[in-house]
Ligand binder design. Structure first.
Ligand code: NAD
Length: 532
């Protein structure tokens, strides 16, 4: 089966445009470390032959200038009637058309995502369903926005009437990471367009292929020119000038805490609104009351949930329901050895050893290659005295590609790097605890605060621990489910602002107060000259 990818350019003002400086970035296949399409011009991956162009366009500040201008024009074209000030129902039609095209091209897009980002094909296909679902969801919310306009505000004086208009913020810059390339972009593009903003998307240079296909989808559905512009390129060359452009009215960023902080520093003087979805180090806490012998049903089977949750959370490449996953969910606390910890860990290791790590196109693949310096973290953990219970190396059967075995590390102290820093890879470090208070202390012992999970048979305990977790998302007896209806985001150094749900739409709206004087009686501070 052949997958073809046409040569793409930057998508600006509804058209493909070559970067001004004509620079391009090679597409590296993380499963082979080869430049896709260049070395062999065709690449065999489990019977799939891929004929990719081999590179993506690399935008620079010159292209950013043109794209921001295009977005600005699209925002105000025809006094906004072509997009920003038209009804939500009008914009919803485009969002639904995009969703339908994504669904139509799901199989091809899934394959491109798997080749480009290294995620298992099954998971990439799952992502495409989520992408289409997210566009559909924000089409609904765009329609709902119309009936929410002019919502009255009750005032203490009946000589005044007040209402609220929700208006798009303007031109927004959307900067996204490599781990869920098209899905992370969609979490921003769909609500931004639903709100009536016009946007410039800058996906990760490590995985931009499907975002460029989103551009083609927008062209096919006739999205008004300039409403969505897509600039691929390096963070420093394309992302930085975009974020700091004076005509960009808001930045929505997902990526590492270090980059988020750099972006905030660069725009501080412009007092520009930003929303930040950053790194994490999210705990799963497993209590002794789980029944280790029960496996099977998901919700009531605590052993199953515990194993599945932890494995999902850490080892599955970020997939539809597991986003905090992949190293962000990098710490694990289990109740003390004399109760369940040692047996739990034995079983966890057995499950880990069964995870299929392979070419993302191989049947049953559950873990693909990763773009991170994971092995360095593992080496440091060893040198600091931690014990590698499982994994810890490159898989023996794969001598090419950025693969790392799913790894479990014990004998960890709270001062070790592996406990403190985000490892954005399949690495789990484990500590035991003996009391609930101690578990909570361990769980909150981090600068991050994205997700946290509790696994226990005791409902009241789950409630207590949920409240005590310092995190933006808490999962109880599960880990990683992600629904586009529910808010997503962190606290502390995991960021601020919320994506998804109605909160995601609010991210791109400003609230305008309109207050009208309705009485015939004179009102004011200064006296009329006729009365003086
Ligand atoms: P990254 O910070 O390296 O890059 C993210 C994006 O920022 C890329 O598009 C990159 O080109 C761009 N960028 C880099 N430098 C820039 C600059 N100076 N100015 C503007 N843009 C710049 O992150 P990554 O490696 O792609 O992704 C992994 C990180 O993302 C992890 O830390 C992970 O925890 C985080 N993440 C968080 C969430 C969440 O929901 N909070 C979800 C997914 C990933």
């Amino acid at each position: 089966m052949a997958i073809h990818l046409p040569n793409r350019q930057l998508f600006i003002g509804g058209e493909w445009r070559e970067p001004i400086l004509k620079n391009r970035i090679p597409i590296i296949n993380p499963a082979t470390e080869q430049i896709v399409g260049r070395l062999t011009n065709s690449l065999t991956m489990s019977q799939h032959v891929c004929l990719l162009q081999g590179d993506i366009p690399a935008a620079t500040a010159e292209d950013v200038e043109i794209a921001v201008e295009a977005a600005k024009k699209a925002f105000s074209r025809n006094k906004g009637k072509d997009w920003s000030s038209n009804s939500g129902a009008y914009r919803a039609k485009y969002l639904r058309a995009i969703a339908a095209k994504i669904t139509e091209r799901k199989s091809e897009l899934g394959k491109l995502e798997a080749i480009d980002s290294g995620k298992p094909l099954d998971e990439a296909l799952w992502d495409m369903d989520d992408v289409a679902g997210c566009f559909e969801y924000y089409a609904d919310l765009a329609e709902g926005l119309d009936s929410k306009q002019k919502a009255p505000v009750s005032l203490p004086m009946d000589t005044f009437k007040s209402y609220v208009l929700k208006e798009p913020l303007g031109v927004v810059a959307l900067i996204t990471p490599w781990n869920y390339p098209l899905l992370m972009a969609t979490w921003k593009v769909a609500p931004a367009l639903a709100a009536g903003c016009t946007a410039i998307l800058k996906p990760s240079e490590l995985a931009s292929v499907t975002c460029l296909e989103l551009a083609e989808v927008c062209r096919e559905v006739g999205l008004p020119p300039g409403v969505l512009n897509i600039l691929t390129g390096l963070g420093t060359e394309a992302g930085a000038p975009l974020a700091s452009h004076p005509h960009v009215d808001k930045i929505a960023f997902t990526g590492s805490t270090a980059t988020g902080s750099r972006i905030m520093a660069s725009v501080v003087q412009m007092v520009k609104p930003v929303s930040m979805e950053l790194g994490g180090k999210s705990p799963i806490v497993v209590f002794e009351d789980v029944d280790l012998d029960k496996e099977g049903k998901l919700v009531y089977d605590y052993a199953g949930v515990a194993f599945n949750s932890s494995l999902l959370a850490i080892f599955q490449r970020p997939s539809g329901p597991s986003l905090v996953a992949f190293g962000q969910m990098g710490r694990y606390a289990v109740q003390h050895p004399e109760s369940i910890a040692s047996e739990f860990l034995d079983r966890l290791v057995k499950w880990t050893e069964k995870i299929k790590i392979s070419d993302p196109f191989e049947e049953g693949c559950r873990l693909g290659p990763v773009y991170e310096k994971v092995l360095k973290f593992i080496a440091t953990a060893k040198s600091e005295g931690a014990t590698i219970l499982s994994g810890g190396d490159r898989p023996k059967h794969l001598n090419k590609g950025f693969f790392v075995e799913p790894t479990i590390i014990s004998d960890v102290t709270t001062s070790m790097q592996i406990w403190r820093e985000e490892v954005f890879g399949p690495v789990l470090c484990v500590k035991t605890f003996s009391t609930e208070d101690e578990a909570i202390e361990l769980a909150n012992d981090t600068h991050y605060g994205l997700g946290a999970a509790v696994i226990s048979n005791d409902v009241e305990r789950c409630d207590r621990v949920t409240k005590a977790f310092r995190a933006g998302i808490v999962w109880v007896n599960c880990s990683q489910p992600c629904f586009c209806q529910a808010p997503w985001g962190g606290i502390k150094r995991s960021g601020f602002g919320r994506e998804l749900g109605e909160w995601g739409l609010e991210n791109y709206l400003s609230v305008k107060q309109v207050t009208q004087y309705t009485s015939d009686e004179p009102w004011g501070w200064y006296q009329s000259p006729s009365k003086l």
